[in-house]
Design a protein around this ligand. Structure first.
Ligand code: ATP
Length: 209
C-alpha cells in the first residue's frame, strides 16, 4: 500500500526567496506532523501545497500513490479537511448557516442534527443562531473547528489551529487531534504552540533553525 502522503524532493519559493529545498517526508495513518519554523519560513505555504491550493512547486507529491497534480488532488480534497489560518466564515451568517454553506461548497449535504452536534462538541451549544460577527474570536475559531466533526475525513491539514483558543479549548483540540490520529487519521499542523505528548507526533522544521 502506498503511503497516505508521499512527498519527494519538494522545493518552493516565494518572491524569489527559497522557502524549502528538496524536502522529503511521508505520512501514514496515525501520524501527526507538526510543521515548525519562524514567521515567514513557509509553513502556511507548505500546507496550501499539500491541500492542493498552491501549485508553484517542484517535486513529486503523491496522495495514496496518485500525483497531487492529477487524480490525487481530487481524492485528497474529498478525503481531507483544510482549516486555513484565516477563517473562511461569513460573518453575517450564523454558525449553523456557515457550516451548512461550507459543507455545500464541498458538495456535502449534512443534516441539522449533525451540524448541531458538531457545534455542541466545540462548546457552541446555544450559539447556533447568533450571527458570527457577534461571536468572539475564539468562538469563531470554534465554529471553524466544528467542520472537523461534521464530515469525517482521513486527513486534517490545520494551519495555526490553536489561534485565539482559550486554555480549555487548546487542551480539547490537542485531545481531538490525538484521538483522531489514534483512530487512524493523519494530521499535518502548523503551530507555534508547544504540544503535549501525543502518540505518533513528529516534527518538521522549516527555515533552517
Ligand atoms: N500571497 C502571497 N504572495 C507573495 N508572497 C507570499 C504570499 N503569501 C506568503 N508569501 C510569502 O511567503 C513567505 C512564507 O509565508 P508563509 O505564510 O508560508 O510563512 P509561515 O511560516 O506560515 O509564517 P507565519 O509563522 O508568520 O504564519 C513569506 O515571506 C511571505 O511574505
Amino acid at each position: 500500500m502506498p503511503p497516505l502522503l508521499d512527498i519527494q524532493g519538494l522545493s518552493y519559493a516565494r518572491d524569489h526567496r527559497d522557502l524549502a529545498r528538496d524536502l522529503s517526508f511521508q505520512l501514514e495513518a496515525g501520524d501527526i506532523l507538526r510543521v515548525e519554523g519562524p514567521n515567514g519560513s513557509g509553513k502556511t505555504t507548505l500546507l496550501r501545497i499539500l491541500a492542493g491550493l498552491y501549485t508553484n512547486y517542484e517535486g513529486e507529491l503523491r496522495y495514496r500513490g496518485e500525483s497531487l497534480r492529477g487524480r490525487g488532488r481530487l481524492a485528497m480534497r474529498s478525503e481531507s479537511h483544510f482549516l486555513g489560518h484565516q477563517s473562511a466564515l461569513k460573518l453575517s451568517l450564523t454558525p449553523l448557516e456557515n457550516l451548512n454553506w461550507l459543507a455545500a461548497l464541498n458538495g456535502q449535504s449534512v443534516g441539522l442534527d449533525a451540524v448541531e452536534n458538531a457545534l455542541a462538541k466545540v462548546g457552541l451549544k446555544g450559539y447556533e443562531d447568533v450571527p458570527c460577527r457577534q461571536l468572539s474570536a475564539g468562538q469563531q475559531r470554534r465554529v471553524t473547528l466544528a467542520r472537523l466533526f461534521l464530515v469525517s475525513a482521513g486527513l486534517w491539514l490545520l494551519d495555526e489551529p490553536f489561534t485565539a483558543l482559550d486554555r480549555q479549548a487548546v487542551a480539547e483540540l490537542e485531545g481531538w487531534i490525538g484521538e483522531f490520529a489514534a483512530s487512524g487519521g493523519a494530521v499535518v499542523l502548523t503551530t507555534h504552540h508547544a504540544l503535549g505528548q501525543l502518540q505518533g507526533l513528529r516534527s518538521l522544521t522549516l527555515g533552517g533553525s
